[in-house]
Ligand binder design. Sequence first.
Ligand code: GH3
Ligand code: MG
Ligand code: MG
Length: 381
Amino acid sequence: MLEALPLTLLAANMLFLLAATLVWAALGRVLSGSQRPALLLALANVLLAASLGGIALRGIAWDLLSFWAANMMAITSFVLIRQAVPAIMDERAPWWPSALLLGIAGSALALVPIGSDWMPIINFSAMGLLMLVCAGDAWRRLRQIARNGLALALASPLFLVAGLLILRLTMLLSGHGTRLRDADGANVAWLWAVLVMSLVLNATLAFFVLMRLILHIRRLTERDALTDALNRRAFGELLAREHGQLGRGRGYALVVLDIDHFKRINDSLGHAGGDAALRHLVQVLQGCMREADHLGRLGGEEFGVLLPLGDLSGALCAAERMRSALLAKPLHWQDQSLTLSASFGVAVAAVAEKDPDAVMLRADQAMYRAKAAGRNRVEFG
Ligand code: GH3
Ligand code: MG
Ligand code: MG
């Protein structure tokens, strides 16, 4: 009865991994933005299942398949998992370090006698290292979107898996469990741990995919589809939040700007050219802004720039920088080159003002004064 337990657990592990393969393959079809990581993870799961299948067939199938190939498939599946984490976050990590490690492990596995204790030691060294790098990379990437503590908590299941692989390596180094199919307590416990590990790993990565999707949707609700600047609602919310800090001594400045004679641009370049001009303006303005500043599209060809902690001279300076940058960088559209200009209105929030609408009104009025005074200039109100 106990003799058959490792085989039963191997079969249970394989079934779970095959089910996970199907889920990732289906997710890859449904979530168009996450096709690449889903495909990598489907492949990783199926390779891990095949590797366990190879182990189950030891003594029955060809040794090269059940030992060397089974180990290589297991390491490859961790290479794929390591590459899937940046892919989930829409980034690419270079393949060569993983490929180099795979090559070294493959050669080392080919050099040691088939079935020797060194084989699982080489295998777990490579898998443990890959998982540790994967967890560290996930933590580093998560820190870009979450506080350090939260990023570590989110990446901790991956560190747990790396820890388990390294624990298994230390067991192997002390001579325990080198033959996975032997029905000893350590092997049975390990096979249960593999089941839990596969579950934790897949669930964590699925959570990352979900998180990325939520962040993407949130971005869509906050951004203007044409220019990717904040939309009016999101900009208004930021402004209201900043205004709430006024009482605590944290001031802000607001710049409102409107492209000059935009109708003429639409008339001469066509509507698509006008759209390109709006995107160009946003690009130029973003090049003039500090990291803490926010740009929003208030409507049509009118934009707002929120300058936290901004005073009047600083805000006038920033607006002047934007105005001259716009003149210095003409729009290239198809074969034509066109210089854009805009009129700017600047206002600094006063503690006495009840809400940000009053500040916006002053900046807007200043912008209209700039229009009336001949356009392509900065006024304050
Ligand atoms: P002024 O210097 O007084 O601001 O003149 P203007 O022509 O820029 O201002 P007006 O308000 O008369 O015209 C704004 C034009 O912007 C009219 C509208 O068709 C165009 N517009 C608004 N939104 C978009 C957009 O998303 N894409 C394009 N291509 N045009 C837009
Ligand atoms: Mg205009
Ligand atoms: Mg306008």
